[in-house]
Design a protein around this ligand. Structure first.
Ligand code: HEM
Length: 511
């Protein structure tokens, strides 16, 4: 073959690659943008291939209810954590299109619209955004959070029974044990004369230990090693602020990407070996009472989960379960530190429910005011700040609007939880009693309160998180009274979950 022919072939290959790239990153998004606009959807104008990302990165000041001094921070946080959405809502309303790179997202903060969406699409027919599936593959793999279609039905069917209250009751003592260790450390700190503790760090550490015990057990070396590597993976994943949706952006963080991939392979290997040794245990051995043990015991028929799928579920429970619950507790302790009256109310309820005994399943069901407090904390500081879906087939909403296949849906939970039109003028106040007579806290629309998502895909772990929340909070309030440290800097921000960006230093007084 002559050099001229070789050059020609090379040129041809480059041309094909360039054309495919241009189609994927320019023509196809452009066509979708045109279809969406034709269907009446408006939104900020994107520029490809970044979409609206540059606009989202802009720093800006928004009008918010001011804090009443450093020790009375404002709970009006929507425009603080999502300034771009707060700004776009003013121009385009509560339903509009924006672009993350080359991926279109339908922003929704309108409960009636969510109700309409769920009435036209069944739970199993929703997808999850491809960009997030790719980005979060090391954490969730093909576990319940990410699977779709019939596969989702199978996973959900097998995992749900493991989260029934009767099964979870067996985990109470291990939750009490981990939390008592944490409180022992706090007591040692206060006895040594220090009063301030960054409770966020400790609560997250405690929750990760609780969820690792609850998911796959850490009473042997392999379980402990999985736990350590999962924590290392989480740290690697969140050191970089990744540009989700931007083509090839993962190569900007090649070091972290390689590190998480390596950790992911090591974690998988260890979990495979835990599963294998459990599968090889004699049937006469009592099943282990962690989620993995319950899944293996219930994994008998033809639609059983494979070992690969069990591995992904263990990772999903760990990543989906510990930070969310830990943040619900962290924000609750913050709110209680600002509201000593509610500390007293809860302490009285706990004393009455326990009647001098230990915490057990009966005690937990008696803690009704604590349930209101949990709901109010999840409303004001929802650890899961958004719920996501992807449209797998064109869907028609209302009279004539069609949402094209491939469009992602981004439901702004923080936006709805702070919407004055839905909650009234006290929307940014801590008032747990709003949940006294209504599971929706008196919200004008049932779909306006979505801390655990909605429809068939609602959080499968909410019983577990409620149990852990009540146990940890009861034990903390029995031992300490709390107030906010003057060193606290109120700056909630989104890092997958809604977290305090400068930790949560509280002053602890032993009781
Ligand atoms: C306060 C604590 C928690 C919050 C705020 C929370 C929130 C959520 C939200 C918003 C969703 C998405 C629902 C949707 O797409 O409609 C979800 C799904 C899920 N959560 Fe949770 N979660 C919490 C605790 C847990 C725990 C403790 C576990 C497990 C140990 C867990 C496991 C899952 C799983 C597996 C899914 C996927 C369910 C499905 O798609 O079928 N979560 N959670």
């Amino acid at each position: 073959m002559s050099i001229a022919t070789l050059l020609f072939l090379l040129l041809l290959v480059l041309l094909v690659i360039a054309s495919v790239g241009a189609f994927i990153f320019l023509v196809s998004p452009g066509l979708t943008e045109w279809r969406l606009r034709k269907n009446g959807f408006t939104g900020p104008t994107p520029s490809f291939p970044l979409g609206n990302i540059l606009d989202m990165c802009k720093k800006e000041k928004m009008n918010r209810e001011p804090s009443q001094g450093p020790l009375q921070p404002s709970h009006d946080i929507h425009s603080l954590v999502f300034p771009y959405f707060a700004r776009w809502c003013k121009s385009y309303g509560k339903v509009f299109i924006y672009w993350l790179g080359t991926e279109p997202f339908l922003y929704v903060a309108e409960p009636e619209y969510i109700k309409n969406l769920s009435s036209v699409v069944a739970a199993k027919n929703w997808g999850k955004p491809t960009v997030f599936k790719r980005d979060r593959k090391p954490m969730f793999g093909d576990g319940l959070i990410m699977v779709e279609g019939d596969n989702w039905v199978r996973h959900r069917h097998i995992t749900t029974p493991a989260f029934s209250t009767s099964k979870l009751n067996a985990m109470i003592s291990s939750m009490v044990e981990s939390t008592s260790n944490m409180l022992g450390e706090w007591s040692a700190i206060t006895s040594a004369g220090a009063r301030e503790v960054d409770i966020e760090r400790d609560i997250i550490r405690n929750a990760s230990e609780i969820i690792a015990k609850a998911s796959f057990g850490i009473n042997n070396d392999e379980g402990k090693a999985v736990f350590e590597k999962l924590k290392a993976m989480q740290a690697a994943l969140f050191t970089s602020n990744r540009l989700v949706g931007v083509p090839f952006s993962k190569y900007l963080h090649a070091k972290e990407t390689l590190k998480t991939r390596r950790l992911g392979e090591e974690i998988d290997g260890l979990l495979f070996s835990i599963i294998e040794s459990r599968n090889n245990e004699r049937p006469s051995n009592a099943p282990q009472h962690d989620l993995l043990g319950l899944l293996i015991a219930g994994n008998q028929n033809s639609s059983r989960l494979t070992s690969r799928e069990l591995v992904d579920e263990c990772k999903t429970f760990f990543f989906g379960g510990h930070e969310t619950t830990a943040l619900a507790l962290t924000w609750t302790l913050f709110l209680l530190a600002l509201n000593p009256r509610w500390q007293t109310i809860l302490r009285e309820e706990i004393t009455e429910a326990m009647g001098g005994g230990d915490i057990n399943s009966n005690t937990l069901t008696k803690l009704t005011k604590m349930t209101w407090v949990m709901n109010e904390a999840l409303r004001l500081y929802s650890p899961a700040p958004n719920v996501q879906r992807q449209v797998r087939e064109d869907i028609r909403v209302g009279d004539n609007a069609v949402i094209p296949k491939g469009t992602n849906i981004w439901i702004d939970v923080v936006g709805m939880h702070h919407d004055r039109a839905l909650w009234g003028d006290d929307v940014n106040e801590f008032r747990p009693e709003r949940f006294q007579d209504s599971p929706y806290g008196g919200c004008k629309h049932r779909m306006g309160f979505l801390p655990f998502g909605f429809g068939g895909r609602v959080c499968v772990g909410r019983n577990l998180s409620m149990m852990e929340y009540k146990i940890v909070l009861s034990l903390v309030l029995q031992r300490f009274s709390l107030s906010l440290s003057p060193n606290y800097n109120h700056s909630p921000s989104i890092m997958l979950s809604l977290r305090p960006s400068n930790g949560m230093p509280l002053i602890l007084e032993p009781l």
